[in-house]
Ligand binder design. Structure first.
Ligand code: HEC
Ligand code: HEC
Ligand code: HEC
Ligand code: HEC
Ligand code: HEC
Ligand code: HEC
Length: 661
C-alpha cells in the first residue's frame, strides 16, 4: 500500500465521520446509534475509549524506559510514542464528548466534583495526562522551530513530567478496570474478576510496546525508510514478558476462584475468551520469545497487529461484548457509529503523518524520505495555498480535498431519517397487569423477604408452598415483569376495619364515568408522558361548533388550558380523595407520566417509607431486586426458570389492553 492510498482512505473516513458527528450534535446520540437502556455502552465507549486508552499506554511506557530507566536503546521511539499516546487520548476525549448525552457537559467534572465516582477519577486523570502529553510533545515542536528558551525550560521539567505521566497513567489505566468491578451481574465470570485493575494496567503496558512498534514499522514502510529495529526488538521482548505476566495472573485467578470449568465449556463466551487470549497474548508470547522473530520486521509487524487486535477485543469484551449473554440482549453498532470511530482514528492518523513529515518524529526517517515519496511538482509543502488555488495539476491536495468532500456528502446521503429530522420519541404502548398463580416462598439464601415463582418452577418444595394469585405487571409485555401481590397489599394497607380503605392509596384517578380505571389506560406509554385531554373528542362530544363556548367562554382570550373551563367542572369524580398520589407540579395536571415512572414513584417511595417499620427487618425491601425478581440483568437464574414456565401459568382473568398478547 502506498502512502497516497493510505492518506486517501484516511481523508475519506474523516469526511464520512464528520457529517455523522454534526448530525449527532444536532439531534443527540439516539439519532445515530443503536444503543439502548440495557446496553448503553457501545462501540464508541468500548472501542473508542476503553480500547484506545490501553493502546495509548505506549506513551508512558516508552517514556518511562527512556527517562526513568535511562534505557537509551529506546530513544529513537520516544517521540513517536509520546505523540501516539497524545493522539490516542485526544481521540478518546473527542469520542467520549460525542458519546455522552449532552456533549458540551464533558467539561463538567472540572467543577462538579464527585468523589465516589470511578469515572470522575478517570476523567481527571485523563485530562491531566492529556496536558502532560501535550507538554511532552511540545518538546518536539520547540526543537523543530529552534525555540531555545522554551526548550531549556522543557528539558528541565522532563523528569517531573514523565513521573507525573506515569502516576496518572497507573491511576487511570487501572481504574478503568475498577469501573467494571461494578458489573458482576452483567459481565461474564471469565472476564469479571477483582483483579481487573491489575490486569488492565499490566496489559496496557504490554500492548503499548507492541502497538507503537506496529505504528513505527508501518510508517517506515510507507516512507521507505529503515525502522529502528534495535529498539523495536527490545520492546517486543519486554512486551513478551509483560504479556506472559498478564496471562499467568489471568489464568491463575480464574482457576483459583473455582471457575476453571468455564474454560472448557462449549459455548460462545468460552470460544470468545480463547480467541481473545490467543490473539492478545498466547500467540505473541510464543513468537516474541524467539530472537529470530523479534528481529524480523515482517514478523514483528504481523505479531504486533495480532496482539493489538486481540487486546482491543479484550477491552471491547469487558466493556460490552461479554455482557450480551447475561443481559440477553444483542447489539451491533450502526454504520454511523463505525463512521465516527473510524473517522476519529483516521483524523488522528493524518495528524501523525503530518508530524512525521514536519517534526522529524523518527530519526531514521528524514526529509529526504518524505520528499522522495512525492513526485516532484506535485506537492510543495511550503506553499499549500498556491498549489490548491493555483489550479495546477491534479495534485495530492486536490485528491484529498475531493475524497474528504465525497466522504462528507456520502454519509449525508446515507444518514438515517432520525439524524436529519431529529429523533421522535418512540411510543411504547402499555397493557394491563395479568393475574397469575404463583408460589410464595421465602427469599433464597439469607435474604429476608419473600419470593414468587410462577408456575411449576421445578424446585423442591415449591408445590407445598402457599399458592397465591398475584398480578404480573409487565406494561410493555417484554417479559421483564414484576410480580405484585395485589390482594396482600390491599389487605395489609387497609388495616383491620375496612377492606376497601386502601384502594384509593394507589388508584388515585379514574376516567370520567368509570371506576377503578386501570393504571395502564391512562399511563398508556411505558416511558413517555401522555396528555389525557383529547381535544377533538371533546369538541365532537360537546356538539361540534356549538360546544366550543362550553370551554372557551371568553372568545378573545388565548385558547390555553388556564383560560378554559376546568376539567373538574364537568368531571367531578375523576380524582380520588386521600390518595398517596398527589399532583406536585400544577402545570402537569392531566398529563400522565410514563408507566415505569409511576410504578417506581408509587411502589418504591412507599417501600422506602415503610422499611424502618417492618415487623421483620428486610434491608432489601426498597431495593431493585425485591420487586425485580424477574429482570434478567438482576437475577438471571430466576428469570430463566420463570421464562421457561411462563407458558404454563394459569390465568384467572386477562385484562390485557389493545387486544394483543
Ligand atoms: C417497589 C417495587 C420496585 C422497586 C424497588 C424497583 N422497581 Fe423497577 N419497576 C417496578 C414495577 C412495578 C415496574 C413495571 C414493570 C413492567 O411493567 O414491566 C418496574 C419497571 C422497571 C423497568 C422497566 C422494565 C421493562 O419492562 O422495561 C426497569 C428498567 C426498572 N424497573 C428498573 C429498576 C431499578 C434499576 C430499580 C432499583 C434502583 C428498580 N427498578 C426498583 C417496581 C419496582
Ligand atoms: C399498593 C397499590 C394498590 C392498592 C392498595 C390497590 N391496588 Fe388495585 N392495582 C394496583 C396496580 C399497580 C394494578 C395494576 C394495574 C395496571 O397494570 O394497569 C392494580 C390493578 C387492579 C385491578 C385490575 C386487575 C385485576 O386484578 O383484575 C383492579 C380491579 C383493582 N386493582 C382494584 C383494586 C381494589 C378494589 C383495591 C382496594 C381493595 C385495590 N385495587 C388496591 C395497585 C393497587
Ligand atoms: C384516569 C387516568 C389515570 C389513572 C387510571 C391512573 N393515573 Fe396515575 N396519574 C394520572 C395523571 C393525569 C397523573 C399526573 C398528575 C395528576 O394530574 O394528578 C398521574 C400521576 C401519577 C403518579 C405521580 C407520579 C409522580 O411523578 O409523582 C403516580 C405514582 C401514579 N399516577 C400512579 C398510578 C397508579 C399506580 C395507577 C393505577 C393503580 C394510576 N396512576 C392510575 C392519571 C391516571
Ligand atoms: C372540553 C373543553 C373544550 C372544548 C369543548 C373545546 N376546547 Fe378548544 N381547547 C380546550 C383546551 C383545554 C385547550 C388547551 C389545549 C392544550 O393545552 O392542549 C384548547 C385549545 C384550543 C385551541 C388552541 C390549541 C391549538 O391546537 O392551537 C383552539 C384553536 C381551540 N381550542 C379551538 C376550539 C374550537 C374551535 C372548539 C369547538 C369546535 C373547541 N376548541 C372546543 C378546551 C376545549
Ligand atoms: C364542558 C365539560 C367538559 C370539560 C371542561 C372537560 N371534559 Fe372531558 N369529557 C366531557 C365529555 C362530555 C366527555 C365524553 C364522555 C363520554 O365518553 O361519553 C368527556 C370525556 C373525557 C375523557 C374520556 C375520554 C376517553 O378516552 O374515554 C377524558 C379522559 C376527559 N374527558 C378528560 C378531560 C380533561 C383532562 C379535561 C380538562 C383539560 C376535560 N376532560 C374537560 C366533558 C368535559
Ligand atoms: C402504601 C405502601 C406500599 C405501596 C404503594 C406498595 N407496597 Fe409493596 N409492600 C408494602 C408493605 C407494607 C409490604 C409488606 C407486606 C407484608 O409483609 O405482608 C409490601 C410487600 C411487597 C413485596 C414483598 C412480597 C409481598 O407481597 O409480601 C413486594 C414484591 C412488593 N411489595 C411489591 C410492590 C410493588 C410492585 C408495588 C407497586 C405496584 C408496591 N409493592 C407498592 C407496602 C407498599
Amino acid at each position: 500500500m502506498t502512502l497516497r492510498v493510505v492518506k486517501t482512505i484516511f481523508w475519506f473516513l474523516a469526511g464520512l465521520g464528520l457529517t455523522v458527528i454534526l448530525a449527532r450534535i444536532l439531534y443527540g446520540p439516539g439519532s445515530v446509534t443503536y444503543l439502548t437502556d440495557i446496553l448503553p455502552w457501545g462501540l464508541w465507549k468500548g472501542g473508542g475509549v476503553v480500547a484506545l486508552v490501553a493502546l495509548g499506554g505506549a506513551g508512558f511506557t516508552v517514556a518511562m524506559f527512556v527517562f526513568i530507566f535511562q534505557w537509551d536503546r529506546y530513544q529513537p521511539l520516544v517521540r513517536g510514542a509520546v505523540l501516539f499516546g497524545l493522539l490516542c487520548y485526544v481521540s478518546v476525549a473527542v469520542g467520549l464528548t460525542f458519546d455522552i448525552g449532552i456533549w458540551w457537559r464533558i467539561v463538567f467534572p472540572l467543577w462538579h466534583w464527585q468523589f465516589h465516582s470511578v469515572l470522575f477519577e478517570v476523567a481527571w486523570c485523563i485530562m491531566l495526562y492529556l496536558v502532560v502529553l501535550l507538554v511532552e510533545f511540545s518538546h518536539t515542536v520547540a526543537e523543530r522551530y529552534e525555540m531555545e528558551r522554551t526548550l531549556r525550560i522543557l528539558k528541565r521539567s522532563t523528569l517531573v513530567l514523565v513521573i507525573a505521566g506515569i502516576s496518572l497513567s497507573t491511576l487511570h489505566q487501572s481504574s478503568l478496570g475498577t469501573l467494571f468491578l461494578a458489573t458482576p451481574f452483567r459481565l461474564h465470570p471469565l472476564w469479571h474478576t477483582d483483579l481487573l485493575p491489575v490486569l488492565f494496567f499490566v496489559s496496557a503496558m504490554g500492548i503499548g510496546c507492541l502497538t507503537i512498534s506496529l505504528v513505527t514499522l508501518f510508517v517506515h514502510r510507507l516512507y521507505n525508510a529503515e525502522p529502528p529495529m534495535n529498539a523495536i526488538s527490545g520492546l517486543a521482548r519486554i512486551s513478551a514478558y509483560l504479556l506472559a505476566a498478564y496471562v499467568v495472573i489471568r489464568l491463575t485467578e480464574i482457576l483459583a476462584s473455582g471457575e476453571g470449568l468455564l474454560l472448557v465449556q462449549n459455548d460462545w463466551d468460552t470460544l470468545n475468551f480463547w480467541i481473545e487470549i490467543s490473539l492478545s497474548a498466547l500467540i505473541p508470547i510464543a513468537f516474541l520469545f524467539r530472537k529470530a522473530y523479534r528481529c524480523s520486521k515482517t514478523a514483528v509487524f504481523w505479531i504486533a497487529l495480532t496482539a493489538t487486535i486481540g487486546m482491543a477485543l479484550n477491552r471491547v469484551n469487558v466493556a460490552g461484548l461479554a455482557t450480551t449473554n447475561l443481559t440477553q440482549s444483542f447489539y451491533f453498532p450502526a454504520w454511523t457509529e463505525w463512521a465516527v470511530t473510524l473517522g476519529i482514528l483516521a483524523a488522528g492518523g493524518l495528524v501523525f503523518f503530518f508530524a512525521v513529515e514536519h517534526f522529524g518524529l523518527f530519526q531514521g526517517l528524514t526529509k529526504e524520505h518524505v520528499v522522495e515519496r512525492y513526485e516532484p511538482g506535485q506537492l510543495d509543502h511550503t506553499d499549500w495555498a498556491a498549489l490548491y488555488f493555483g489550479g495546477q495539476r491534479f495534485g495530492e491536495v486536490h485528491l484529498y480535498s475531493l475524497v474528504f468532500v465525497v466522504g462528507l456528502a456520502l454519509s449525508l446521503g446515507l444518514l438515517p431519517d432520525d439524524a436529519i429530522y431529529g429523533v421522535s420519541p418512540e411510543t411504547t404502548v402499555t397493557f394491563g397487569a395479568r393475574t397469575v398463580v404463583a408460589h410464595k416462598i421465602p427469599a433464597r439464601g439469607d435474604e429476608a423477604g419473600t419470593q414468587f415463582l410462577v408456575g411449576n418452577g421445578g424446585e423442591d418444595g415449591i408445590h407445598a408452598a402457599a399458592e397465591v394469585h398475584v398480578l404480573m405487571v409487565d406494561g410493555n409485555r417484554d417479559g421483564d415483569y414484576v410480580l405484585f401481590d395485589h390482594d396482600n397489599h390491599a389487605a395489609t394497607l387497609a388495616g383491620e376495619d375496612d377492606p376497601d380503605a386502601s384502594c384509593v392509596l394507589c388508584h388515585h384517578m379514574s376516567k370520567p364515568f368509570d371506576e377503578a380505571t386501570q393504571c395502564y389506560e391512562c399511563h398508556s406509554d411505558m416511558y413517555l408522558t401522555v396528555d389525557l385531554f383529547d381535544h377533538d373528542l371533546h369538541a365532537r362530544e360537546l356538539g361540534g361548533n356549538q360546544g366550543c363556548a362550553e370551554c372557551h367562554q371568553d372568545p378573545s382570550a388565548p385558547k390555553i388550558r388556564e383560560n378554559s373551563t376546568e376539567c373538574v367542572d364537568c368531571h367531578e369524580g375523576m380524582r380520588q380523595e386521600g390518595s398517596r398520589v398527589q399532583v406536585t407540579d400544577p402545570t402537569m395536571q392531566y398529563f400522565a407520566p410514563g408507566y415505569m415512572h409511576v410504578m417506581h414513584a408509587l411502589c418504591e417511595t412507599c417501600h422506602e417509607e415503610r422499611q424502618p417499620t417492618l415487623p421483620v427487618p428486610n434491608e432489601n425491601f426498597a431495593r431493585c431486586t425485591n420487586c425485580h425478581q424477574g429482570l434478567p440483568s438482576l437475577r438471571s437464574d430466576i428469570w430463566k426458570s420463570a421464562r421457561m414456565s411462563i407458558a404454563t401459568y394459569t390465568t384467572r382473568s386477562d385484562s390485557g389492553g389493545g387486544g394483543q398478547q
